[in-house]
Design a protein around this ligand. Structure first.
Ligand SMILES: *[C@@H]1O[C@H](CO)[C@@H](O)[C@H](O)[C@H]1NC(C)=O
Ligand SMILES: *[C@@H]1O[C@H](CO)[C@@H](O)[C@H](O)[C@H]1NC(C)=O
Ligand SMILES: *[C@@H]1O[C@H](CO)[C@@H](O)[C@H](O)[C@H]1NC(C)=O
Ligand SMILES: *[C@@H]1O[C@H](CO)[C@@H](O)[C@H](O)[C@H]1NC(C)=O
Length: 601
């Protein structure tokens, strides 16, 4: 897609008119992408995934460093557009917050790489702090206290070790803090090679424990931590601050919040008492010096993530993750044509909710929990992550008004931004999962490089980022068959994201994924072909040079898996192959008689 950024920036709201020719070209291109690229070295009945996707990997080999699957390719293309925008748009045409986002991107590109030691020194200056790692064991003037250190780093997004916390505000002048169990599946264990690297590059003063000695303790410490298993608790136990059962809970909150915000009677919820008791017991044998240093080492792991900026596009990915709303705003300005698409996209979503609902009602065994049907009734979606009911530009201008960045210091900028978000959270009148905090996506250091919908369970809401609405997933000029096979299938499959929350103890996540694949594809396929009229069939046939309805169905099926194409397909191949093998429409289209025969046994 070629766009003139300068022109668009100057005339926002301009509609891009596309003529008949464009329409034809775009649809022909999509037909060719799907129908000229299947790989006949593979048999569709045996491995549909390789049949549909192998050529994609071949064709995109040269871009392997830039992206490895379709979702990342969309991200990459969005990045290129944003980079072009920053390069070509005069700064005088940019709102203040857009200029700031540009400064951040430029700082990411231009700042030379720091060593981890430099980074630690930078933090010392910023925080006016000393590292426990650099402090002798017998120091008189240093308090080794993991809670104080964790609370300090919490400003920089470090909210996942031993405990995490959340804040909820039922009304404007009151809030409640909650302690939660951290997410064990995203625990980044410390590796020996990291410690070896520190050993080589970070000189330690005498009287401190060296990295090799620390590693000896960490290795078993983390192994034991990993083994913690506790029953799930869905309701928090409420305490008054002064009644909190473990001293570290109080000292952590004191270090975290404004001192004046702590009232001895303030309410604090604890989401999993069994976990907290186990944790307290687990930590007891370890001395304060070790725990302080361990927390610091865990925080230092973010440094590697900050440095993932080898190419310009990677810097843009980081920029997008740090400023999700602002970059979405810019992209939206560059694609005014999407505004008109929003109602149509929502329509596709609603149709898919109905169609999935209908497919599920075909089942009479009662396998699907009622809670999931209830979710379907109120499920909704949003195009783009901007709170559209407000004026996005004014909102972002005032939101970011206090944040000043420089184009010349990437690391400092990162610290400033994380602190800014933290301050917003600290002062915020919003509940954490909701509204602003949600839209700005709770920044972390996991820079996601793919464009995918997200599901927000607390709001029963799907967010479809604007970057998803470009070929090969969507184009305003796409014929319905393409919109339906790619976007509608994706939507139908993703509806089952809502399943995971309602039935934690029923189906394992992998089974839900399989159900989602089969029912999602069935639902989009049925919704399209069951209403297709004879005129439309013959119109499509003429347009694409097909002679049979079967070819249309083939193109639909190829389109429906295309978003899943990736380099090194190992993980998805099985999923896709097994999904289609469960569909009678697939067996029929590809004449997989053998599959049917084998199914009887
Ligand atoms: C926990 O972490 C895993 C892996 O990063 C992630 O897939 C999952 O969504 C997380 N769970 C929650 C509740 O955040
Ligand atoms: C690195 O490891 C060696 C060998 O175990 C040790 O003597 C040295 O003190 C370590 N250096 C640091 C900085 O941890
Ligand atoms: C794409 O990857 C190549 C390396 O293969 C790199 O040189 C180039 O800068 C990347 N493109 C962008 C826009 O990051
Ligand atoms: C789901 O199907 C049931 C039974 O046909 C119907 O009553 C309900 O309105 C449907 N809900 C949606 C969201 O389509």
């Amino acid at each position: 897609m070629k766009i003139c950024v300068l022109l668009l920036a100057a005339s926002l709201g301009a509609v891009m008119v596309s003529g008949e020719d464009d329409h034809k070209t775009i649809n022909e291109k999509q037909r060719s992408l799907l129908m000229d690229n299947f790989d006949t070295d593979f048999r569709p009945c045996t491995t549909f995934y390789n049949y549909a996707c192998y050529k994609w990997s071949e064709n995109h080999k040269a871009k392997r460093d830039n992206y490895t699957n379709v979702a990342e390719m969309l991200n990459y293309e969005v990045n290129l557009e944003l980079m072009e925008y920053f390069e070509k748009t005069p700064e005088s045409n940019m709102p203040g917050f857009v200029k700031m986002v540009k400064d951040f991107f430029v700082s990411c590109r231009e700042t030379a790489e720091l060593t981890i030691l430099d980074f630690m020194h930078l933090l010392e200056r910023q925080e006016n702090m000393k590292w426990a790692l650099f402090t002798a064991d017998n120091s008189e003037d240093f308090v080794f206290d993991w809670t104080a250190i964790a609370a300090r780093f919490r400003k920089y997004g470090f909210n996942y070790l031993f405990r995490s916390e959340a804040k909820k505000s039922p009304d404007a002048d009151k809030f409640t803090m909650y302690f939660k169990m951290p997410n064990f599946s995203s625990f980044n264990y410390i590796f020996h090679f990291e410690m070896e690297e520190y050993n080589r590059t970070i000189p330690l003063p005498s009287g401190t424990m060296n990295f090799e000695e620390l590693w000896e303790i960490i290795d078993t410490f983390e192994d034991k931590f990993r083994e913690i298993k506790v029953p799930k608790e869905t309701e928090p136990t409420m305490f008054k601050f002064h009644e909190l059962p473990y001293p570290w809970m109080q000292s952590y909150l004191k270090a975290l919040l404004h001192p004046q915000a702590i009232d001895p009677d303030m309410e604090v919820g604890v989401y999993n008492m069994a976990y907290m008791a186990t944790l307290d017991n687990f930590l007891k044998p370890y001395d304060a010096i070790f725990l302080a240093r361990y927390i610091e080492l865990r925080f230092m792991q973010i440094f590697d993530k900050l440095n993932q900026r080898s190419y310009p596009s990677k810097c843009m990915t980081i920029t997008k993750n740090i400023f999700p709303m602002a970059t979405e705003y810019i992209y939206g300005q560059m694609h005014p044509e999407l505004v008109e698409e929003v109602p149509k996209i929502k329509q596709i979503f609603e149709n898919m909710v109905r169609s999935v609902n209908k497919s599920l009602h075909l089942d009479v065994s009662g396998v699907i929990p009622k809670a999931f049907f209830d979710k379907l009734e109120t499920m909704h979606m949003k195009v783009g992550n901007l709170p559209q009911e407000r004026d996005a530009k004014d909102l972002l201008e005032s939101y970011y008004a206090q944040l000043k960045l420089t184009p010349s210091d990437y690391y400092l900028n990162n610290l400033e931004i994380m602190k800014f978000y933290f301050k917003f959270w600290q002062d915020s009148k919003y509940a954490v999962e909701d509204d602003m905090m949600f839209y700005q996506n709770k920044p972390n250091y996991d820079y996601e490089a793919d464009i995918e919908p997200t599901y927000v369970a607390s709001m029963n809401l799907f967010i479809y980022p604007l970057g998803l609405f470009r070929p090969p997933v969507y184009h305003a000029d796409f014929e319905d068959i393409f919109k339906q096979s790619s976007l509608a299938t994706l939507m139908a499959v993703r509806i089952f994201d809502a399943f995971l929350g309602v039935d934690d103890d029923g189906f394992p996540a992998d089974d839900v994924k399989q159900i989602a694949g089969v029912i999602g594809l069935y639902s989009s396929f049925e919704a399209f072909f069951s209403t297709l009229t004879a005129e439309e069939i013959s119109r499509y046939q003429t347009m694409f040079g097909f002679t049979t309805l079967q070819q249309l169905k083939e193109m639909f099926l190829l389109g429906s898996v295309h978003y899943k194409c990736e380099w090194i397909p190992a993980s998805l191949q099985h999923y896709v192959d097994s999904t289609v093998s469960h569909l009678s429409a697939f067996t029929e289209v590809y004449d997989c008689k053998l599959n049917n025969y084998v199914k009887m046994f």
